[in-house]
Design a protein around this ligand. Structure first.
Ligand code: THU
Length: 140
């Protein structure tokens, strides 16, 4: 994200993001873990994308909420993720699992802001020393 072209960082409506994450969480399909998750993110063009976890009888192939979120991002026009939040079934803040940090890194890079119990933190602190698309272009 370029600070000059994205939404004003001070104007990120975290409450609206949380409301969308809670809404998405209400659609989770989590009959096995009984742990519904909802995730929502602000895109650099102002839209909000979201996702919920979708489990499977073949436990290992369940999809995290962030999988749905990045799919929704691409399916609705792409863009860069600017701010992200995630909630559990008690509407409590949840940090993305390791795999999902990588998923989000692809579409938000080190500057993506994630809501944490200590306030918004950049992805560079949530997934330090990240591997990303920039590594591939360097190595090719
Ligand atoms: N889960 C997510 O959807 N996102 C995360 O970042 C953490 C875990 C889901 C996966 C599974 O359906 C349930 O939470 C319990 O692990």
């Amino acid at each position: 994200m370029h600070l000059t072209s994205g939404p004003d960082l001070m104007s990120i409506d975290w409450a609206a993001l949380k409301a969308e994450a809670v809404r998405a969480m209400g659609h989770a399909y989590a009959p096995y873990s009984k742990f519904p998750v909802g995730a929502a993110a602000l895109v650099d063009d102002g839209r909000i994308v979201s996702g919920c976890n979708v489990e499977n009888a073949s436990y290992g192939i369940g999809l995290c909420a962030e999988c749905g979120l990045v799919s929704a991002l691409q399916a609705t026009g792409g863009g860069r993720l600017v701010a992200f939040t995630c909630v559990d079934g008690h509407e409590e803040l949840l940090m993305p699992c390791g795999r999902c940090r990588q998923l989000l890194y692809e579409f938000g890079g080190p500057e993506l802001l994630l809501e944490t119990v200590d306030g918004p933190k950049p992805m560079s602190e949530i997934l330090p020393y990240a591997f990303g698309p920039e590594n591939l272009s360097r190595g090719a």
